[in-house]
Design a protein around this ligand. Structure first.
Ligand code: C2O
Ligand code: CU
Length: 495
């Protein structure tokens, strides 16, 4: 098994730690003396026995997306995506970031209920980490689930260049959906300038996920000034034919953790010959698995799916969005003993497929119990008119947007309405929320998520969270160009 497979396949934690060398994390978390980065000097005074300590170094690397397509990327510990961090729920994680880039950076722990000061938002929760500088992030890893980490400094540039990685928090108790083997798959879009530009994903996926015509409709658009021409699509940092094949054995149940780290594109993931059984939305478990043919995933969303390996052969795992598989977003899933046979070409498009959409799922009630006063807010998402780069909430651009101010223990209900012609995957820092309704349809069992895709052209979503994590938190569109264009509001939790 090579490094990539080790990193993203069925991972033994210790082995990963040793193989990743510079991650240099001892079993009980004490950094060695000096270590590969010479970080001894900044070792926190008390290295408690139950802290898992990890060193991450950001720096520029040459990264080969596929044979002949090498780019200058930004990487955590030399790889794209960065190393998968795995911890147990409730474990204390200490990440020492050393910034060896020529520019500042920070790390945001997406989907993790970190203390506010660990949230990685420059100017709000910390100063940017300057070139050559270090910063120590420390928090209890919770809640369990497929989380991720990424830069929160000039995301449009730094995320696009590769500063993204998985963070898997394994449940302290039993897994609600047992599996035999697992793979983490980070999906990403790249503007290399070397390939044919793919049409932007404009329309959303939230409610009308069945109407993929909408998503294809993006092809007709003119393209905004700020949207780069994405031409390469990757799975774990590689475009086919460089993608790593997935191995399964007949009779196994394989778990795929799908993370969409793309700036712009929704991916519609499909495994030929098999159904995908959706078990988690943004890391949070459903009551029961939902079997579908394909799963649309908006930027920053995660889905965990199970595959029953009951059709021996060699199959394509790929994105059904037109052009995406050809741009690299395909990998082989090979049953043991069925190596060597290449399947027929992938089938683009979603006609006739049963697609995942929000109202198919029943979320488990895993959020802090809802008590206290309910406060209601409403946010109209708009902007991008006539190719403008301005994106607004209630007509204002951050930092002029109105904050959502609540006290600890109160419930905040936010109605999101999209008056623009592009979908907005809205992400809340610091805590997850319940998705109460989508395009006017109430969900009997709200999904638990931290990003929700609000469809273009009057899409509407109601969310609710119990304000349990005090501080100032970003709530923003996860498409970096929209975020940088102003589509950010603060959630201020007093207490
Ligand atoms: Cu993954 Cu502020 O975001
Ligand atoms: Cu947006």
């Amino acid at each position: 098994m090579d490094g990539a497979a080790l990193m993203h396949g069925a991972v033994d934690r210790r082995a990963f730690i040793q193989r990743a060398g510079w991650v240099g994390l001892g079993a009980f978390g004490v950094i060695g003396h000096g270590g590969p980065l010479g970080l001894g000097a900044i070792r926190p005074a008390e290295a408690a026995a139950d802290v898992r300590e990890i060193l991450l170094e950001t720096r520029q690397v040459k990264w080969e997306l596929s044979p002949g397509r090498t780019i200058t990327a930004m990487a955590y510990n030399g790889r794209v995506p960065g190393p998968e961090i795995r911890v147990k729920e409730g474990e204390r994680l200490r990440v020492v970031l050393k910034n060896s880039l020529g520019e500042p950076t920070t790390i945001h722990w997406h989907g993790v209920d970190v203390p506010n000061s660990m949230d990685g938002v420059p100017g709000i929760t910390q100063k940017p980490v300057p070139p050559g500088g270090t910063f120590v992030y420390e928090f209890e890893a919770r809640p369990a689930g497929t989380r991720w980490y990424h830069t929160h400094f000039q995301e449009h540039r730094q995320m696009d260049l590769g500063l993204v990685a998985p963070l898997i928090i394994e449940p302290a108790g039993t897994e609600p959906f047992p599996f035999d083997r697992e793979y983490t798959l980070v999906l990403d879009d790249w503007a290399t300038g070397a390939g044919r530009a793919l049409p932007a994903t404009r329309e959303g996926t939230a409610g009308g996920r069945g109407e993929m015509g909408g998503m294809m409709g993006g092809m007709m658009g003119g393209g905004h000034h700020s949207t780069p021409a994405y031409d390469t699509m990757t799975i774990n940092g590689k475009a086919y034919p460089a993608t790593e094949p997935l191995r399964v054995r007949k009779g196994e149940r394989a778990r795929l953790r799908l993370i969409n780290a793309s700036a712009d594109h929704t991916h519609v993931i499909r495994l030929a010959g098999h159904q995908l059984r959706v078990t988690h939305t943004d890391g949070n478990p459903l009551v029961e698995a939902v079997a579908v043919d394909a799963v649309p995933i908006a930027p920053s969303e995660r889905y965990d799916v199970l595959v029953n390996a009951d059709r021996p052969g060699s199959w394509w795992l790929y994105c059904a969005q037109p052009g995406h598989a050809a741009a690299g977003e395909q990998a082989l899933l090979v049953y043991d003993g069925r190596e060597g046979r290449r399947p027929d070409a992938v089938k683009e498009g979603t006609a006739g497929l049963h697609l995942w959409h929000y109202s198919l799922g029943q979320g488990r009630d895993v959020l802090a119990p809802a008590s206290g006063t309910v406060r209601s807010f409403s946010q109209t998402l708009s902007g991008g008119m006539m190719g403008s780069d301005a994106w607004t909430i209630n007509g204002k651009q951050y930092p002029s947007t109105d904050p959502i101010a609540v006290n600890r223990g109160e419930r905040a209900r936010v109605r999101l309405g999209n008056m623009s012609m592009e979908a907005h995957p809205m992400h809340l820092h610091g805590q997850s929320f319940a998705v109460l309704s989508v395009n006017g349809q109430r969900l009997a069992h709200p999904l638990v998520k931290d990003s929700v895709d609000v469809e273009a052209h009057m899409g509407a979503v109601d969310i609710e969270f119990t304000a349990h994590n005090p501080g100032d938190w970003f709530f923003h569109c996860h498409k970096p160009m929209h975020m940088e264009g102003g589509m950010i509001a603060l959630v201020k939790i007093a207490g």
